[in-house]
Ligand binder design. Structure first.
Ligand SMILES: NC(=O)c1ccc[n+]([C@@H]2O[C@H](COP(=O)([O-])OP(=O)(O)OC[C@H]3O[C@@H](n4cnc5c(N)ncnc54)[C@H](OP(=O)(O)O)[C@@H]3O)[C@@H](O)[C@H]2O)c1
Length: 282
């Protein structure tokens, strides 16, 4: 299978470079600015991939409140260009979205049938991107959340681990419920869907389970033998952030599990594997 990765310099995009057994063409922002419609069409026309994987995003959730135009251009209009390019090349489009399309007022993991109701400009821009992706002849929209495990090591998990290791206090939300997800598992699940010829669809592509960031912090502290009292419990409501955050945002991956024939590993298993990778690097 030939894959063209856009946004290859990012956390998730970078993981596709290590894929074995496939022809992977990785393009970063310096190679293709996805807000340039013709550049996207040219890249796909020249590469002729079976699958176009969009790992680009404007991910600055707070910044998007003041710069909606950039958020909409990258997260939505560029996806429209990719869907057009995929149609011209008869390629499948894989597009990643987010838990931020939900309002976070639920009390059980959101599934794909739950109504999207974004509460931020970022969430709106990502939802619009989901809709544009569906203009491709064959498409997968995969909602991910709280990613960790990229080479850049700049995720919330990395920040908590660094602070705990250095004996620094670190704030963790005790009420924001998430399903942290390992980029390697997201990539492998993506490949599983593509190999399975399941047809187009929307999937929650996350590790299994849920937890608050305090739960994640405690799990990390225990795993690395750090002092859990360094975790300073805070509430989403007590922190002044430019954009509103959905509070309860665990995602159910049952539909994905049914498509793949097995559930993704739990987030606890995933963070332990990631800690193993970090340990092997030191
Ligand atoms: N990170 C999370 O926790 C999270 C949560 C929910 C959903 N998601 C979604 O998951 C996907 C992957 O996220 P990620 O964490 O891997 O993101 P990331 O690390 O921020 O990577 C995004 C990449 O997009 C590139 N990019 C931005 N604007 C571009 C443009 N105009 N043209 C070309 N490239 C451009 C960035 O390039 P530069 O490096 O040059 O800026 C960056 O390499 C995204 O769809 C994101 O919305 C992520």
């Amino acid at each position: 299978m030939k894959l063209l990765i856009l946004g290859a310099g990012g956390q998730l995009g970078g993981t596709f470079a290590d894929l074995q057994g496939h022809d992977v063409v990785s393009l970063a922002r310096r190679d293709v600015d996805v807000t340039n419609h013709d550049a996207v069409l040219d890249a796909v026309r020249t590469t002729r991939p079976d699958v176009l994987v969009n790992c680009t995003a404007y991910n600055d959730v707070d910044g998007a409140e003041d710069d909606a135009a950039t958020a909409l251009t990258v997260n939505a209009l560029a996806v429209r260009s990719m869907a057009a390019a995929a149609a011209q090349a008869a390629a499948t489009l894989v597009h990643y979205s987010t838990d931020f399309v939900f309002d976070g007022e639920g009390a059980r993991p959101y599934d794909e049938a739950d109504r999207a109701r974004p509460v931020s400009v970022y969430g709106c821009s990502k939802l619009l991107g989901e809709w544009f992706a569906q203009d491709a002849p064959r498409w997968y929209v995969l909602r991910v959340e709280s990613l960790f495990g990229g080479r850049q090591a700049r995720s919330s998990v990395d920040k908590i681990v660094s602070a705990l290791r250095e004996g620094r206090e670190t704030p963790v939300f005790m009420d924001r419920v998430v399903t942290p997800s390992y980029v390697i598992d997201v990539r492998d699940a993506t490949m599983g869907l593509l190999a399975g010829e399941k047809g187009s669809g929307l999937y929650h592509c996350v590790n299994s389970g849920q937890g608050t960031w305090a739960d994640v912090g405690r799990h990390l502290a225990q795993a690395i033998g750090a002092d859990p009292s360094l975790l300073r419990l805070t509430s989403v409501r007590d922190v002044a952030l430019r954009a509103r955050r959905p509070v309860y945002c665990a995602l159910s991956n049952e539909r994905l599990a049914a498509a793949l024939g097995a559930p993704l590993p739990t987030w606890q298993d995933a963070v332990e594997r990631y800690l193993g990778v970090l340990a092997a690097q030191t």
